[in-house]
Design a binder for this molecule. Sequence first.
Ligand code: BGC
Length: 816
Amino acid sequence: MTDHSHTLAELTLFEKAALLSGANVWETRGIPRLGIPRLWMSDGPHGLRKQRGDADHLGLGESDPAVCFPTAATVANSWDEELAEEIGTALGQDAASRGVHMLLGPGLNIKRSPLGGRNFEYFSEDPELSGRLAAAYVRGIQSTGVAATPKHFAANSQELRRLVSDSIVDERTLREVYLTAFEIVVRDARPWALMTAYNLVNGTYSHENRHLLIDILRDEWGFDGLVVSDWGGADDPVASVASGGTIEMPSPGFDSAHAIVEAVRAGRLDPADLDARVDELLTLVDRVTAPRDPDPFDEPRANALARRAAAEGAVLLRNENATLPLAAGTSVALIGAFAERPRYQGAGSSIVNPTRLPTLRDAIVQTQLTLAGFAEGFRLDDLPDDALITEAVALARTADVVVLALGLPAADESEGIDRRHLALPAVQVQLLRALAETGIPIVVVLAGGGAIETPWIELTASVLHTYLGGQAGALATWDVLTGVVNPGGRLAETLPVALADDATARRFPSDHRTAEYREGPFVRYRHHASAGVTPAFPFGFGLSYTSFAYEDLSVTEEFARFTVTNTGPVEGSEVAQLYVRRSSPSGFLRPAIELKGFVKLQLAPGEQTTVEIPFGERTFRVYDVETSAWQVETGEYEILVGPHSGDLPLAANLDVEGTIAPRQIDPALEPYVTADVRDVSDAAFEALLGHPIPAPEWHVPPYGYNSPLDLVGRSPSRLVRFAFGFLERAKRAADGLPHPDITTLFIYYAPFRAFNKMTGGAVTREATDAVITIANGRVGGGFVALVRALVSGRQRERASRERFARAAAGQRPPAR
Ligand code: BGC
């Protein structure tokens, strides 16, 4: 890495501090006199969202058209690292061709609950799968000279109150479940940047969390890149610089720069920390401006890749009587509003303005199927409409088969809000029931970026869960339905029979100050498998038009070896999965099984292959809080291999000589041993945490910088409560909309801090404090202070801007 001491010596204190916050919504600051360019950042994870004109971070403003790939939830079902790397490369090429230096993705938070509002943007409930796929994206993106920015670090698993929520999670679970995916990405793909989460982790905001950013990320994993805050997620600029948060976005004007300068002058911030952060920025500049010649972005090629990815990510859940694939000439009644108005991505900052968007209805003409007709079947606003059902039933009777496009309403999947349930809208189920009475086989094509309950499944012949297929999703769906592509998708998450079966069902999302991760390591399939709660479709599940046999497992200290044979009539892909179970008694709470390896295979009919899955650093390790280190407990382990977590036909025992002797489980953790973690007592959770449970409530007023605005209704001032009524009403109106108004929700749940952080310098910290004074009931004094602060802040902001611009341009010797 380049030595930046010369540049650091040339920069003034004010310039250094100013480099650590953005110039606007998407760019860093540049210093032309020292050849430091501005860097452009853009979302996002499944297609470029480069905004012109009105810039916002919530996906509201239009962005330039770009190829919309399937979202991470879909690509994860492919379990295909090569595919993920190809997508990353295409995203990088697109970014490079538009002058974007930093791509804000991939997102790899663990899907702790099936209700997570951004689950569609994340890969999996499992860290091994999430980490390996995210690493592949990062490799692809960075091969083009563009920085990848894996996000959101860390424990960002709920959307509700995301700017103020404090994730309370025990250290071992944090390491093993929530950090491991990031560790894999950092160690294996060496990202040049990383985005912190909005939330706090165990009492400290992620962007100023020294334990996460220095102890773990840099010191343990060797990260040497830049850490950017989520948009508005930075809290105290001085604490951030001291704790490893490099840069805050979007621009808070020069407010944070002044705070940093004052802290250095007052001896509250070590100048070495400031230099370290600036050095990280300069390193990123070197990396993304190094001469490179990536292949140019090719829209048709990327569109074809998006189609392949969508087909690979679709999961066949059911296929009675081999209804699928549909033979050429089959007459199809195409039913369902989504066949004309597709669900292909979720809402929020990841939203892409697609270059093209054929629908199921458009795309059927490219198949050899016969379209008997199309009927809408249900209204997208979920209002009942019997006439639509009658029309659909009449159409169904004229066809050989019904292809029924059902799915989650768009409003269910958005950044900023979590889902409330896992059910399909009643109007869709009603339609399915009516169609089932015709006796015509029904092929349901499900769209939606997450888990859906399927109590209606017996009414169907086949179900293909396409997740969110991106802009070429409709073409891919027909590819799978007609057998052009043999479905190879395997669920990257558990589909429970009912939401109530999930480990977190009774406490997710938390509406409190804290989100308590009481279930510990028993997340999703780790809970189902350990507590014996059978899911509708297990983690890793997916059908194929062919069949596979697993045989001959042998294990050594280094690897597991077995054979897989395609025993069916057609070529197909399979994901061979390896899980580990501790069979000797253990001093650690252990999920019954944990995914530790997988291989994606492509096999011709009759073909057999020998698979070797190596054991590695992560195969047997546990995080031991006693020694604050990863350890391997000596003893016997069972190596389980098969097609999915619910079907592991091969098993072998292995004695492992570990780093620690087997221990006794702490009796205080006994309640966890059955893994029925849907209700966990305070005592058990405290034992898991190793300290008292932090108070879950906000004690406001008095309000502070990070108190959430939705609690302003408790203000002692009647005037403030009256004014708050407007926000309440706006929020109620937003709740009632078919498409969530995420701006209103963002503001409603934001802390006071957002005034300071999200207004581009218009509202300084001083002005924000005056607003807080008003909310605390000192209306007159606060108001005067506010007006003064706004006026003086504006002057200071203008002066700072001019001073920075002049010095940066080298027009005047910089004042030191
Ligand atoms: C999201 C990030 C995104 C950023 C910029 C935030 O609201 O949480 O994922 O990258 O906005 O758009």
